[in-house]
Design a protein. Structure first.
Length: 228
């Protein structure tokens, strides 16, 4: 698990004069650029905590949300209100696409892009892939008719770090040669590992489950009179 305070991590980049940018803003010939990315797999509230931290530091990032998941309902009234608040804080929002849900993957993506654009008045110009398949990973360039975060420009031409499964398996970003030499970076941060006070993966996930169960209980009490 990761124990550093999230603000401290971001401040290290700010202290080295890194510029936080959105994906389309990357200028490959320049240095000291960081694309801060979040794949929101489990919980919107945890992600929004992170969004507020970043806003307080004058930082912008890109949040990718699942449209089809049992973890949250993105187009419920409550969730939609939260998503618009991400945009109000100056962040970019886009689609986290689960390839394994579809037989016709490209058709499924187009349908999800249409729904996302309809509900959130947002043009999808880049997507993040959830559970990518082997065929896609062999050649992510141009696989879809929209850019994705696995493409060479964002994952090979610049340094890529991810905290998947609760740790940076390929080295801590601010201890890297890329950071030391002011190289451009894509940094994937999953909010659950940083905004939940768990000392290991199982403990962290259990805390999220408990929080969600209490939230669901309040929802039932609000909507079922005999349960209040």
């Amino acid at each position: 698990m990761i124990f550093e305070n999230y603000e401290s991590l971001l401040e290290r980049f700010l202290n080295k004069s890194y510029k936080f940018i959105f994906f389309p803003e990357l200028q490959i010939e320049e240095n000291r650029q960081i694309i801060l990315r979040h794949d929101v797999d489990l919980d919107l509230d945890l992600a929004f905590q992170m969004a507020k931290i970043e806003n307080s530091l004058g930082i912008k990032s890109t949040y990718f949300f699942l449209l089809r998941t049992d973890s949250y309902n993105l187009i419920s009234d409550t969730s939609a209100d939260i998503l618009y608040k991400f945009k109000e804080l100056g962040h970019s929002v886009s689609l986290h696409f689960d390839m394994l849900l579809y037989e016709n993957i490209k058709d499924g993506l187009e349908k999800e892009r249409e729904i996302f654009a309809y509900y959130f008045d947002t043009e999808i110009n880049i997507i993040s892939i959830h559970r990518p398949n082997d065929e896609f990973l062999k050649n992510p360039e141009g696989y879809f008719n929209v850019e994705n975060t696995y493409e060479k420009m964002y994952s090979k031409d610049i340094q890529y770090f991810s905290d998947s499964e609760g740790s940076f398996r390929f080295g801590y970003p601010t201890n890297s040669n890329a950071f030391e030499n002011n190289k451009n970076i894509q940094l994937l941060i999953h909010p659950v590992w940083w905004t939940t006070n768990g000392n290991n993966v199982i403990n962290t996930v259990n805390k999220v489950i408990y929080k969600k169960s209490k939230k669901l209980e309040l929802h039932f009490k609000k909507n079922i009179k005999t349960f209040r």
